[in-house]
Ligand binder design. Sequence first.
Ligand code: 5CA
Ligand code: ZN
Length: 422
Amino acid sequence: MLTWPPPQIPQLPGRGEQVRVHDSSTGRTVVAASGPRATLYACGITPYDATHLGHAATYVAFDLLVRAWRDAGLTVRYASNVTDVDDPLLERAQATGVDWQELARDQVALFTEDMTALGVVPPDSWRGVVESVGDVVAAVERLLTAGLAYRVPTPEADGGTELGDVYADVAADPRFGSVAGLDDATMRALSAERGGDPERPGKRHPLDPLLWRRERHGEPAWDGGSLGRGRPGWHIECTVIARDALGESFDVEGGGSDLLFPHHEMSTSHARGLGGHGGAVHVHAGMVGLHGEKMSKSRGNLVLVSALRAQGVDPMAVRLAVLAHHYRSDWEWTDEVLSEAQARLERWRRALSGNGGPDATGVLAGVRAAVADDLDAPRALAVVDAWVEQAFVLAAQPGAVLVEGAPGVVARTIDALLGVRM
Ligand code: 5CA
Ligand code: ZN
């Protein structure tokens, strides 16, 4: 897929610190990539009801990681996907009477506009499932041959075939469970809630995830070689797309915290089955809520970035609203969150509009230290706020000594590291 245009990132003097991120699997903060290369896979959207503030916050979080890695001198390769065929997308298309491909296309276009407006660095490799079906088929065939997957006959009502759907055998992976570290009951509950089918008859284990779904009446399907016509399961899609772009092992697999289980547990397990280890470190963004509940397409409690843009809200205010929260925390989108961000943007713009200001060397070091420390954007904002306050104090003092060019240093720092353009 064609990505959106990359933002221009100014070069900063010197080098950023080694970047440390929180690994959901161990609870430890670690250096995920020590260089010279850093590889990231961040799960992409399922293209309907995009881009809500939860999506925006998650992609801004990984954008901070890419910027911090680059500032530390690493060569970053970033890959992502688009889940352009999946049950929820097909259900939405059916419910609203639109063609599923058209729905996906329109929503992907909207998403790229939102990401551009928010100044999010695009992935270097961006692939949809539809483009990846052949690679998924090859991967599922390999897992079957290796004895890590098995067939479950499709129900009579669906035209029952012996070939059947294909499921991964979680019991065949001794390291299954190591990504999320959850107990069995929690895994079952989350599987049922997040796209799994623990009740499906004929499976060896309730948690076994779908790899290949045989064609059903009225559903899109592709040639599946020895698997028969059908379509990919969800987790294997990300395994295959990540592997294709980044190789069999890469540094960080990320997404919102709702992807920790089952999605990242399963995609990593499939990656091990194919050789390699998939993502070494798992990084998750917290959930953005609205009116006390997780913002989600299925609940319909959404604030869309495109709607805010249409109302004339400056995308940089949206970005600042997101950055005011640590990426790992769960937080609520409210009108106050937005108005505080708008006020901050306004203050920053005023302070940065002059030629001179307070010395800014500490701002660059402070913002660098904050983002390198598990992407601590709120701390970075506080560093800039302090400089801005100082600028107002100096501006009110007749005869105060101003450092020529200091606002430019601050502007380049927040542009390069926080993606905030004045
Ligand atoms: N296509 C799959 C991943 S392969 C998917 O989860 N798509 S999504 O459109 O539902 O979500 C896209 C990204 O936004 C995921 O990383 C997801 O974890 C994140 N996300 C979804 N809802 C929220 C929310 N309320 N707050 C923060 N992040 C969210
Ligand atoms: Zn994914």
